[in-house]
Design a protein around this ligand. Structure first.
Ligand SMILES: [Zn+2]
Length: 234
């Protein structure tokens, strides 16, 4: 009982730091969303066919990640809404296609209509997997933003401005200028995503690469991010 009470206090105390869109995601059980498979909550306004499509897109997204990086171990909560209005309570400000909220006990992924596809699902699921494998405290302090976004971009095949910047050979910013979330989200974001994507794909194809999940395990165990990353980028 005592442990349960302390844990509840911890949860309540942690949630006090978050805003209503995060709290709504954590409290998904109080809404009318239906859990159609483990951790997958869908808006009841979707038709049965649409719900089945979401479930199969989620499986396809997980399979895409598994074949690229290896098997997934995170168990995030996905929350898929049928309209921008229904999505709004899970996002702060203008809607993103999807977001991943990293909390001490799990990750929560609201998905708006624009993100209801395999690319965005895979992108956000990589964020959840990265945070899960790093552990909560390490994920707060360790990897730079270009790394977090770059690993997710590898399984995100959307036709985007970032993609055309890469294919057109645009000059991309150095990732050293994209360390923090603020740096990453300012200026022309598509250029930043493009730079992150290229940095990671180059790293992944370099000869000394050990695999993303092994890399994350080493960071979790205390290795220095930059030492390890650049030791393996040839
Ligand atoms: Zn992302």
């Amino acid at each position: 009982m005592k442990i349960g009470f302390s844990f509840s206090l911890l949860v309540a105390g942690t949630l006090a730091f978050y805003q209503s869109h995060v709290i709504a995601s954590v409290a998904i059980d109080i809404f009318d969303y239906q859990e159609i498979s483990a951790g997958l909550y869908v808006d009841p306004l979707f038709t049965a066919e649409e719900q089945a499509q979401i479930a199969s897109n989620t499986v396809a997204a997980r399979n895409r990640i598994a074949s690229f990086y290896g098997d997934l171990t995170a168990t995030p909560i996905l929350i898929v809404s049928s309209s921008d209005e229904r999505s709004a309570k899970f996002f702060r400000g203008p809607l993103d296609p999807g977001r991943t909220y990293n909390l001490p006990w799990n990750q929560y992924i609201p998905i708006a209509p624009a993100g209801n596809n395999i690319d965005v699902l895979a992108h956000e699921l990589v964020h959840a997997e990265t945070y899960h494998r790093l552990g909560f405290l390490n994920s707060l302090k360790s990897p730079p933003m270009w790394f977090i976004e770059g690993v997710a971009m590898q399984v995100d095949f959307r036709e985007s401005r970032a993609r055309s910047y890469i294919s057109q050979g645009h000059v991309l910013p150095p990732v050293s200028s994209l360390e923090t979330a603020n740096q990453f989200m300012s200026g022309d974001r598509a250029l930043n995503y493009a730079a992150a994507k290229v940095e990671i794909s180059t790293w992944l194809s370099s000869g000394g690469y050990m695999g993303l999940f092994e890399f994350l395990a080493k960071i979790r165990n205390g290795a220095d991010f930059y030492e390890l990353f650049y030791a393996n980028a040839m």
